[in-house]
Design a protein around this ligand. Structure first.
Ligand code: WT7
Length: 660
């Protein structure tokens, strides 16, 4: 029985508790648990107090206006995110403090102080103005992990122009769709970026997208890799050329707390990515507060979050949270295993990194590459570690704790999402005892529950749906241009109750610790990033050979989940496969490459299996759950709703014998 099993699991986990080291607690930003009770007693006062860490041009009239499920935080407050991340630090000793320490993949290095950042950002903002950007205009950013990417985001924020950062690993088609959805007026890109010694041809990819995005009037191109790229007269401009003739110094737009700071696209259960909308005031309060408390940030820390700025982790914990706190942020352009698997640890040693935040998928890769790599470097500067993106398996947690943290660094396992904007479930490293594999407890002021399908709390020890009960400052405000989808996706899943539905399964143990069990919807978590099964399937059926496709996530030792696809070929292609006119591997490689072209390398299926039929319900819905059972080699779950039970039995037999 599920209940019993969960109870046993819980007891097993309870065996390993890591208490905060006393020396850590003594120096911690948060030393006492009282903060939880204080925040719970009056969350609005708690958040209003946290909002004081920002500079406001005008104070808010009201902390929260909640018309479920639409929230307004810090009503009528006026501020500017860029001002909070740069200008205000210039009035303090931090003016000449390192804001960004950059390490390029080829080994080049640059340091920008807060004053340097001010000059770069204001000049960049002036260039954007010349290109016609005004408050409210959307700007797309498709960049490698170089300082100019951060500069571009902050320049947009300075002008009150919402940015939409598109991860540099996404394909031209993904870029095109995101540009069109946001109706971006300007695109900021680079000639390329470095990844494993090769050039990622960003401008080249962007050109393909730009052929179909009439909304884009101007393109600003940063020179990074230096190869020849094509520049369209009157549309494309080199940043370094514009910079020569553009002055620094540019006033900050005063924006409303509820004005959009950015849009960031994320996968949902349907093929169309969702433009998650984050606004300015609440987002900055939420990210700066969590950054300060969860990462225990100190003014002399070198802080390194390895996420790309194309993901929410990069927005919240590379750019806005840390810079609002005046932190020194390390930025690394390339791959963790270039030129060898010791690169990350070489960087930690070189810059004396103190706080390090990465993803379980990376940790599992380091484990595979071997203990000797971290063993070669001096990692004694590290004092705190973090993880995000998916559940961390206890073995990986313990490895990280020992081999990277030298058994002295607490690990903060932080649960959150693109939509939550800020960390939601997490230890506070000076006060929360850790259990490997658990994200522990909700952040102060955050009310979470585990509920059944009717929205009732489930008993401790039992699994259910993770739900958030009260609005929080960095919550998404809507899906760009689609309020109804916002309501339906997050707030209408549990009828009659105003609960935010995260789409994750979870269980709470007898200490009220949360254990995230993974996604409950048709979303695959590959290397800590969400992809919808639908997106992969639409990419496949776009290929002339494919009649129908089903994508699933299959457990993977490093990536957490890898994509497996089941494909039904059209008759002409199927003939070629059967007759041997074309090799099976040729079909597989072609379809994998097609998905990469449509979405990007992150979506490359690991496995393509051909089948004449897919298991469907009587209403024609593909039962991916059964395909998952097959791919994982498990006994088949409930098959009673299948239109034709014979299909699945045959498919299972063939899959196991690897024929199709
Ligand atoms: C999904 C959100 C937020 C940053 C990166 C991913 C999973 C995230 C954890 C964690 C277990 C986690 C969840 C969540 N997830 N952090 N600490 N433990 N699972 O952002 O692409 O919006 O994905 O990532 O399934 O719903 P995202």
């Amino acid at each position: 029985m599920a209940v019993k099993k969960a109870t046993i699991d819980t007891l097993l986990e309870e065996d390993r508790i890591f208490h905060p080291p006393e020396e850590f607690t003594q120096q911690a930003n948060i030393k006492s648990r009282e903060i939880y009770a204080e925040a719970r007693a009056n969350p609005k006062i708690f958040w209003a107090m946290q909002a004081e860490r920002l500079d406001w041009f005008r104070k808010w009239d009201k902390v929260l206006e909640w018309n479920p499920p639409f929230a307004k935080w810090f009503v009528n407050g006026k501020l500017n995110a860029c001002y909070n991340c740069i200008d205000r630090h210039l009035k303090t000793w931090r003016k000449n403090k390192a804001a960004i320490i950059f390490e390029g993949e080829p080994g080049d290095s640059r340091v920008l102080t807060y004053w340097d950042l001010y000059r770069e950002v204001t000049r960049f903002a002036n260039i954007l103005k010349k290109l016609g950007v005004q408050k409210g205009d959307r700007v797309a950013i498709y960049m490698p992990m170089i300082p100019e990417a951060v500069v571009a985001m902050l320049a947009c924020a300075r002008l009150g122009a919402p940015h939409s950062v598109v991860f540099g690993g996404f394909s031209s088609e993904s870029l095109r769709d995101r540009i069109l959805d946001a109706q971006a007026k300007v695109l900021i890109t680079a000639d390329g970026g470095w990844r494993r010694g090769k050039i990622v041809p960003l401008k080249h990819n962007a050109d393909a997208a730009l052929a179909e995005t009439p909304c884009v009037e101007k393109v600003l191109v940063v020179k990074r890799t230096g190869q020849e790229v094509s520049m369209l007269d009157g549309r494309d401009y080199w940043y370094h050329e514009m910079a020569e003739e553009t002055p620094t110094g540019c006033p900050c737009e005063e924006v409303d707390a509820e004005d959009i700071l950015f849009i960031l696209y994320t996968s949902g259960t349907t093929g169309k990515p969702k433009g998650v909308v984050h606004t300015t005031g609440g987002y900055l309060v939420g990210t700066s507060t969590t950054h300060y408390m969860v990462f225990d940030i100190k003014d002399d820390d070198v802080y390194w979050c390895t996420a790309d700025i194309g993901w929410i982790t990069g927005h919240s914990y590379v750019v806005y949270g840390p810079l609002a706190n005046g932190t020194t942020v390390l930025l690394y352009e390339g791959a963790p295993d270039w030129p060898n698997p010791g690169r990350f640890w070489a960087i930690v040693e070189k810059y004396h990194v103190n706080v390090f935040y990465t993803a379980p998928t990376a940790i599992r890769a380091f484990m595979k590459w071997g203990d000797e790599w971290p063993g070669r470097y001096d990692l004694s500067s590290l004092r705190l570690l973090g993880t995000v993106g998916e559940p961390i398996n206890p073995e990986a947690w313990v490895w990280y704790h020992k081999n990277i943290g030298g058994e002295r660094c607490p690990i903060v396992d932080t649960w959150w999402q693109t939509e939550t904007g800020m960390i939601m479930i997490t230890p506070l490293p000076g006060v929360t005892p850790l259990k490997p594999g658990s994200a522990t407890v909700p952040f102060p002021g955050i009310e979470v529950d585990v509920v059944d399908k009717d929205g009732n709390s489930v008993m401790l020890g039992k699994g259910g749906f993770l739900a958030i009960k009260e609005p929080w400052p960095a919550m998404l405000r809507t899906i760009y241009g689609d309020d109804q989808r916002y309501v339906d996706t997050y707030w209408n899943k549990i009828p009659g109750k105003m609960l935010y539905f995260a789409g994750d399964g979870a269980r709470r143990d007898y200490h009220n610790y949360y254990w995230i069990l993974g996604r409950v919807d048709d979303v695959i978590n590959v290397a800590g990033h969400r992809l919808s099964t639908m997106e992969v399937e639409s990419a496949l059926v776009d290929h002339p050979w494919v009649a129908e496709a089903a994508a699933i996530g299959k457990s993977h030792a490093i990536k957490g989940q890898a994509i497996s696809v089941f494909v039904t070929l059209k008759a002409h292609a199927f003939e070629q496969l059967k007759s041997g006119a074309r090799q099976r591997s040729e079909f597989q490689d072609e379809l994998k490459a097609h998905v990469v072209k449509k979405i990007g390398a992150i979506a490359r299926p690991d496995d393509v299996f051909f089948t004449a039929e897919l298991p469907k319900t009587r209403s024609g819905k593909i039962m991916r759950r059964l395909l998952r059972d097959i791919a994982e080699g498990r006994a088949l779950g409930d098959t009673t709703t299948l239109a034709d039970p014979a299909v699945i039995a045959e498919l299972k037999r063939k899959y196991e014998s690897r024929e199709s």
